[in-house]
Write a protein of this length. Structure first.
Length: 293
């Protein structure tokens, strides 16, 4: 496994990719309770049947597991004669991402009382950020005078710049003046006394940003209390794109704001807008009008 970690470091630049692939092989180890290098091709085939038919993994998760296993068994252990990897086929389900209405977004953010959680969630929605992009922001990424926010090392190691509304810039400034961390915009709170003085001191001395799980758990609890189904932190990013499209923003503009490499990734939001449905319904009414009764 140590050699596999080295292989991943040589092959991939993104930490998230390396960690995800390493985790997939570790899951194989935990399933069989033995050194994965000792497994046979039949055992690995049974494992993929298990995660597909019993655990009902999503297609993209199965593809990730297959890619990680191929690296481990074929590239590292040189078992090039194994045919199991060619046998695994997965197709994405035709599912649309969960999108909140603007009133739902308002209610959700209003329901979150603590500013240290509400502020990053609000930034994710207003600027269409990924969770990791938001929590990784530094004070140097906020270009307030230019009304811009610099996103470093997004998905695919892509940097981009997105507009930052003045009101949100002012809110970020007020939030930063509470903890005054020398680098991080959203430092980790840590454990300890919950008094404002103690919180500010721990955040000022933090060595890492807020963990993603903090916001993920909080949002799940909030949407359950509000009876909002299928909402996650990433739903705020989907909602940002959908609401911009409904307001008349160009699809290519939204592609740049989201940091999508392919326009096809952005086109999914065409299926989610209420405006598209209304326009189609108006056209269908026009087609119907005047036809023989």
């Amino acid at each position: 496994m140590a050699r596999f970690a080295e292989l991943l470091a040589l092959r991939y630049d993104a930490n998230r990719t390396r960690h995800a692939y390493y985790r997939q092989v570790r899951l194989i180890h935990e399933h069989f309770h033995c050194d994965p290098a000792a497994l046979t091709e039949t055992q690995l085939r049974d494992y993929f049947l298990h995660v597909k038919l019993k655990k009902h993994w999503l297609p993209k998760t199965i593809r990730q597991a297959r890619a990680a296993a191929r690296l481990f068994f074929v590239d590292q252990l040189e078992r090039a004669d194994w045919k199991v990897f060619a046998q695994i086929r997965t197709r994405d389900h035709d599912t649309l991402p969960a999108v909140l209405t603007r009133p739902q977004v308002h209610d959700l953010l209003s329901h979150i009382r603590l500013r240290r959680y509400r502020t990053p969630l609000k930034l994710i929605y207003v600027c269409g950020l990924r969770l990791s992009e938001c929590l990784g922001l530094t004070i140097h990424d906020v270009l307030g005078r230019e009304n811009k926010l610099r996103i470093r090392q997004g998905k695919g190691h892509q940097d981009r710049v997105v507009p930052l509304p003045t009101c949100l810039y002012e809110e970020l400034r007020r939030y930063w003046t509470f903890h005054r961390h020398p680098l991080l915009l959203f430092p980790n709170v840590g454990r300890g006394d919950r008094s404002l003085t103690s919180l500010a001191a721990r955040m000022h001395a933090a060595t890492s940003p807020m963990p993603p799980s903090s916001l993920q758990r909080l949002l799940i609890v909030a949407r359950q209390q509000l009876n909002i189904p299928d909402a996650s932190v990433h739903s705020l990013r989907h909602s940002f794109a959908t609401h911009l499209l409904e307001a008349g923003a160009h699809l290519h503009t939204i592609q740049q704001l989201l940091g999508h490499k392919q326009i096809t990734s952005t086109m999914v939001y065409l299926h989610l807008t209420h405006q598209t449905t209304r326009d189609a319904l108006a056209l269908m009414d026009e087609l119907c009008r005047g036809l023989p009764r």
